[in-house]
Each structure stands twice: as C-alpha cells, then as structure tokens.
Ligand binder design. Structure first.
Ligand SMILES: C[S@@+](CC[C@H](N)C(=O)[O-])C[C@H]1O[C@@H](n2cnc3c(N)ncnc32)[C@H](O)[C@@H]1O
Length: 266
C-alpha cells in the first residue's frame, strides 16, 4: 500500500464511538445465518471488536474468533471491553502480513477494504488463510451512492465531495462494494453471492442523530487530515460540522448508507 493510503486509512486516536456503537445485529446482520457453533473465524480490521464480540457469541465457547486491526489503540480498547469473552482474541496486526499457522473456517472484513488502495492483494492474502471450503465474507460501502433526504446543507455536501476526492487521490475505491464480485471472480472463488446490506436511518430510529451524525464525526476526526492534505480549509470543515448538526436537529428525515456483503467459498 502506498504511504498515502496507509496514512489515510489509519484510524484517528480519541473517539471510537462510531465503531463501539456497531454490533453484529445492527451492522453486519447478513452474516448471522452463516455463523455456526464451533467455527474458527478471523475478523479483519475489527476496530474495537464490537462486531467480533457478536460473532464470538454466535460461535460459542467451542469456537474461536480472532480479531486483527492495525490500530493499536483500538485493539487496546477492545481488549478491555471484551476481556470477559474467552473465545475472542484481539491482536494488533496488519492484514497483509498476518499469517497464523491454523487456517480459518470463515474470514470476514467489514468496512475495511474501502480504506486500501490494493484490495485485490488483500483478498488474495485472506484467501490463503482459509481452509479448503472456507468462507470469505466482505462487507463494504458504495460511498458515491449515499442518500440524504432532504439534501444536506451545501457545506456538508462540499465536505463530503472533498472526502471522496481525498480518498480517490490515495487510490481508495469509493464504490468498493460494487467491485468486489469481479475481484472475487479473478481470485477464482466459488459460489459468489451479493447481498444488499444498506443501513437505513429514519427519524423514528432510536439512534437517528448518532447514526446520521457519522459525517460530523468524520469531519471532526478525519477532517484535520483532509485540511492538512489541502482538500478543504479548516473554516470549511468547521462550517460543515455546524451546518450538518443543525440540519440533523431540524430538517433531516432519512439517510441511507449503501453497503453490500459479498460472500464466497474457496
Ligand atoms: C471503518 S473501520 C471498521 C471497523 C469494523 N470492522 C466495523 O465495521 O465497525 C476500518 C478498520 O480497518 C483497520 N485497518 C485499515 N487498514 C488495515 C490493515 N492493513 N490491517 C489491519 N487493519 C486495518 C483500521 O484500523 C480500522 O479499524
């Protein structure tokens, strides 16, 4: 991975609330029918392990879940949060070099490949960590298809457009989900399935403000890197947060984040 993509993929330290608020049920529900007691599972780019903990509950104490992430601070928090789950181990590791002796029945990666400039290389390596007949499941975004109802304030639209440009400049794929099936085919994976996994938030959702507010968090946490890269000014970043937070409290009705799970066997 180029230095630019690696630097931009790094999760900023401080607030991990967006990752902590996720769960298997609310943020990777399409995976649930695949999980069986006793499975050995690798969760790649697991963050603080919020989703890994749900996977661990599903595979039970006869199973094993290993979560890896390159962000040491997220793993450290996850190790504290989930210390009581014996079948879950969280490790700081880079997905490109992680190479344990024992293979996995299932490898999952949620919202991770979107941060790489070489997702095919990542998938090739992950495929090599599966046992024969093992399952690979990738959940990822189509960022260009994000829907806001009504349109968000111009200041946030401007910030979001800059976010997509900043990512594309580093070689990241803003339509990662739609490109996964072709990569899976090139890697000669079998039984490739694509499942819609959109996240739909309407005002009646109990966590509406928090979920729709993800873009204020991005402007808050990732925004400084974008300012340093010169794609937005500090004033534009701050204006986006102020206008967007006001919009969430007043006009916002709905946000749909477009995601797909693409799943296959080796
Ligand atoms: C958007 S977060 C997703 C976290 C979690 N899977 C979820 O769905 O909430 C992406 C994660 O991928 C991790 N990551 C990025 N590049 C990585 C790499 N090369 N190896 C391991 N983890 C990586 C980041 O540190 C970050 O925690």
């Amino acid at each position: 991975m180029s230095n630019t993509a690696t630097e931009r993929a790094r999760m900023p330290e401080g607030d991990s609330s967006v990752l902590d608020s996720r769960s298997l049920a609310n943020s990777y529900a399409t995976l649930i029918p695949v999980l069986r007691e006793g499975m050995r599972v690798l969760d790649v780019g697991c963050g603080t392990g919020a989703i890994s903990a749900g996977i661990a509950a599903a595979v039970g104490t006869a199973g094993t879940v290993i979560g890896i992430d390159s962000s040491t601070h997220l793993i450290a928090k996850g190790q504290q949060d989930h210390a009581a789950v014996p079948q879950l181990t969280l490790l700081t590791a880079d997905l490109f070099t992680y190479d344990p002796e024992e293979k996995f029945d299932l490898i999952v990666a949620a919202r991770v490949l979107q941060w790489l400039n070489n997702p095919a290389e990542a998938l090739r390596h992950l495929k090599s960590l599966l046992r024969p007949g093992g399952i690979l499941s990738i959940l990822d975004y189509n960022h260009t298809q994000l829907e806001w109802t009504p349109a968000p304030p111009a200041a946030m639209q401007h910030f979001y457009d800059a976010f997509l440009r900043w990512r594309a400049d580093a070689g990241m794929d803003n339509d990662m989900a739609d490109h996964l099936p072709d990569i899976f085919s090139q890697l000669e994976l079998h039984h490739i399935e694509t499942l819609s996994a959109d996240e739909v938030y309407t005002r009646s959702h109990p966590a509406f403000a928090e979920k729709v507010g993800i873009w204020s968090k991005v402007a808050e946490l990732r925004g400084p890197q974008m300012v340093a890269a010169g794609v937005v000014t500090e004033a534009e970043r701050l204006a986006a947060i102020t206008a967007y937070d006001a919009w969430i409290n007043t006009a916002a009705e709905k946000m749909v984040m477009k995601l797909k799970e693409v799943r296959a066997t080796v």
